[in-house]
Ligand binder design. Structure first.
Ligand SMILES: N[C@@H](CCC(=O)N[C@@H](CS)C(=O)NCC(=O)O)C(=O)O
Length: 198
């Protein structure tokens, strides 16, 4: 989404995680996606680094204008606290120590905090009157949480967050990149990402 917002295009080689190509592991032995190789040979292996790289080059929507330390705090909460409970809520059967409801309630501590932030901005965005890096970084995780039990989420007591989730789910920034891409095979040409509409 950040690459799209920056109006950049990169080469995409779609990876299936249970069958990672050796080329990817050679580039980035930690074996997580996304991985971006720059033309100068540098390798970015954290999605946040890729977002910041793209927006540092071009940021027509001003996603980097929000207070950087508040953005950082939200992303750290997301990547540590929220992601921890999200993974357990998503796969509660693999974590029988506690119930699915318990994991959901722990995740709701973040949902509630996001609802409060949205209320400060009349529901428009998390950290100001327009979207920032924080909205882009957190949306995919809130989406995963929502989709565990969407009927529950849509009836939960987070009206501004539900509206925010629904707006981002249908926004071109998301729908134009969240597509099913064919798996890349060794020796194949990459595809352009985002794809050029023609
Ligand atoms: N902090 C990393 C996390 C990346 C990550 O864990 N990605 C998952 C997919 S969403 C992955 O590649 N998992 C490796 C696997 O399942 O083998 C980032 O944001 O880039």
């Amino acid at each position: 989404m950040a690459i799209h917002s920056a109006n950049l295009q990169v080469e995409l080689r779609e990876v299936v995680l249970r069958d990672k190509p050796q080329e990817m592991l050679t580039l980035s032995p930690k074996g997580t996606v996304p991985v971006l190789k720059l033309t100068n040979g540098d390798v970015l292996e954290e999605s946040l680094d890729i977002m910041k790289w793209a927006l540092a080059l071009q940021d027509p929507a001003g996603l980097l204008e929000a207070d950087a330390s508040r953005v950082q705090t939200l992303i750290e909460n997301n990547d540590n606290e929220f992601k921890h409970w999200l993974d357990r809520y998503k796969y509660a059967d693999r974590h029988p120590e506690q119930s699915e409801t318990h994991y959901r309630e722990k995740g709701e501590e973040t949902l509630s905090m996001l609802e409060t932030l949205l209320a400060e901005q009349d529901g428009l965005a998390l950290l100001g009157a327009k979207p920032s890096l924080a909205d882009y970084a957190l949306f995919p995780f809130v989406r995963q949480f929502a989709r565990v039990n969407e009927a529950w989420f849509l009836s939960a007591s987070y009206p501004l967050l539900i509206d925010w989730y629904q707006r981002w789910s249908t926004a071109p920034a998301f729908t134009s990149v969240m597509k099913k891409y064919a798996k890349w095979e060794s020796g194949q040409e990459p595809i352009n990402f985002p794809e050029t509409a023609d």
